[in-house]
Design a protein around this ligand. Structure first.
Ligand code: FES
Length: 575
């Protein structure tokens, strides 16, 4: 590895003039001794800790462990806060602010005297937001995930974050569970620090980090409450100091091959559909060529090896005891489904990291020869209803619905859905296809996780458990069902989804990758001619900027002017 010519931080702390005086003197008010400014690498610890982001509520403690490691290796750690994105509380949706947080991260890194950064992440959007921002700066970067919560447990059964909220809610509606029992399960679900412990978006993001080579081996699965999570943070602190001298920057790790490994790994774990928009956005920042179609062409033949909720029965704690992601990556490597030579942040190849990983529980991690589910990857659908693509997760879908033509029942937006879904007058049966409009990046705004619309109560009572649902929205990684998501272009910009009317026939053919509205081209053109935007643009603040600049889902829903990066040049002096 080449050595950096000069540490970036010396432009601040190394000067023997009034600027250097100011930079050091004010830092010394925190009790820092003079030798901290002797030219040692300054390591930023970019922290998404917040009491409003409960999944990241323990990250200050992990930051302390990173600091120990940095000090041991002769570095100078400095912790700083960035916008935190809590999935459960933020309205209208945390995704609206992913790009805002990424700007905060990028500019915080660029503006300050940092030589490298450790990104402390956990809840869903915090991982891609920080990775996007750091990728645009391209200083040596290591991701440390906060880790999943311990298994939820209710009446002797495992219960999973999110997954059992949907499940229990449907059971209340169908009369299988009382409201009191439902409320009782609430405390049983979230019983330790950490993020959702299903293979939802947070766990998928933590696996993505490890598969991309941006985190230490084992990053994804160690429970947040396990002492070994602290050890991982400590070791990350040691390693990031070495990365400075090796000039090991993200652009050396985040290659096209690394992205292909991530797509395959996400297929093999039955990962969240949200990974699509996040990986596309990260690739856009680092300048790697990656398109929506890669999810099908690269990920198509990857079997799902991991028996975790929402597709399976176990949880992240079980996954950790079984050996975690290194076992999955080893199995992919043995099946010829992994680029083995790609570099990772610990300085070794991904294969060096995982080739000895041992599977400790074959009920949790399956073999490629006899997988948990044959098809783990996501499917990219196209057709006159989604010219720029839509996605579906077959491992979470009902097989009998994967080829189906049905009558559309259209909801113009999420409010319309809420008002009418449980009405006895709603003309709907199990063969119908539910269509939800105006929930894409611009329409909602923020592309909320409402694509897995709960089924009508009257059908739930009849025992219906799944129906085809189509929207321009996203879906929680903890959700399941035959759900077509991310339809592009979205309805709010006049995509064909906007033109669907109740009573139209729609065909979903997953094997042929088709999503088709069964009307003539002439009829489609006529409806398009008469279409008018129904959702006004916001007139001020970040949301205005977002609505004016957000890209469609097939391009990662980043802001158009944030693609690429500017590196981390030393800005002009301010004094
Ligand atoms: Fe934070 Fe699920 S709500 S990870």
């Amino acid at each position: 590895m080449s050595k950096p010519k000069k540490l970036r931080s010396t432009e601040w702390f190394g000067k023997q003039d009034k600027d250097g005086y100011a930079h050091r003197s004010w830092m010394k008010n925190q009790g820092l001794p003079h030798h901290m400014f002797d030219g040692r690498p300054v390591i930023g610890i970019c922290n998404t800790w917040s009491e409003l982001t409960p999944c990241n509520g323990h990250l200050r403690e992990l930051a302390d462990r990173v600091k120990r490691g940095v000090y041991e290796m002769g570095g100078f750690p400095v912790e700083f806060p960035v916008t935190s994105l809590g999935e459960t509380l933020m309205r209208p949706t945390a995704m609206l602010f992913r790009n805002l947080a990424s700007m905060d991260v990028e500019e915080s890194i660029r503006a300050n005297p940092l030589d490298a950064v450790v990104l402390l992440v956990g809840c869903d959007k915090t991982t891609p937001a920080l990775l996007m921002g750091a990728a645009s700066c391209d200083l040596p970067t290591m991701v440390v995930s906060g880790g999943p919560m311990l298994n939820g447990r209710f009446r002797g059964e495992r219960i999973g974050s999110g997954t059992h909220v949907w499940k229990f809610d449907a059971m209340v509606k169908s009369g299988e569970l009382t409201k009191e029992e439902f409320m009782e399960s609430e405390s049983c679900m979230s019983r330790s620090v950490g993020h959702c412990m299903t293979m939802g978006t947070a766990s998928t993001m933590a696996c993505m980090v490890e598969a991309l080579g941006m985190g230490m081996p084992g990053n994804a699965a160690i429970p947040a409450a396990d002492s070994r999570r602290k050890v991982l943070a400590h070791m990350a602190g040691r390693r990031i100091v070495e990365m400075v001298s090796e000039d090991l920057v993200p652009s050396k790790v985040l290659t096209r091959e690394a992205f292909e490994n991530a797509i395959k790994a996400i297929g093999a774990i039955g990962g969240s559909t949200n990974a699509v928009v996040h990986l596309l956005a990260i690739a856009g920042r680092i300048g790697v060529e990656h398109t929506l179609d890669d999810w099908d062409s690269v990920g198509r033949d990857v079997p799902c090896l991991v028996n975790l909720m929402p597709s399976g029965e176990f949880l992240m704690e079980d996954f950790y005891y079984a050996g975690g992601l290194p076992v999955v990556l080893r199995k992919l490597g043995e099946a010829g489904l992994l680029h083995k030579d790609v570099l990772t942040v610990n300085g070794k190849s991904i294969w060096d990291n995982v080739s000895e990983a041992r599977n400790e529980d074959a009920k949790v991690i399956f073999d490629t020869a006899k997988p948990f589910k044959e098809q783990g990857g996501l499917v990219v659908l196209r057709g006159n209803l989604a010219p720029n693509g839509a996605i579906l997760k077959p491992s979470a879908a009902c097989e009998t619905l994967l080829q189906h033509t049905g009558k559309a029942v259209v909801f113009e937006d999420i409010e319309d859905y809420k008002v009418r879904i449980d009405s006895d007058d709603l003309d709907i049966d199990a063969k119908c296809i539910m269509v939800l409009k105006n929930c894409g990046p611009r329409g909602y705004p923020g592309m909320a996780e409402v694509g897995n619309m709960a089924l009508p109560a009257k059908l739930l009572k009849e025992g219906v458990t799944d129906m085809i649902r189509i929207s321009d929205a996203r879906m929680s990684g903890t959700a399941y069902g035959t759900v077509v998501l991310h339809v592009a272009p979205e309805a709010a910009v006049g995509g064909p989804l906007a033109l669907v009317q109740s009573g139209d026939q729609i065909t979903l053919d997953v094997a042929a990758r088709i999503l088709r509205l069964e009307i003539s081209d002439a009829e489609m053109a006529d409806r398009k001619e008469r279409w008018k935007p129904s959702h006004p643009q916001t007139t001020r603040g970040y949301v205005k900027l977002y609505q004016e600049s957000v890209l469609q889902a097939d391009e990662g829903a980043d802001l158009d002017f944030l693609r690429g990066g500017s590196g981390a040049p030393v800005p002009r002096e301010s004094h």
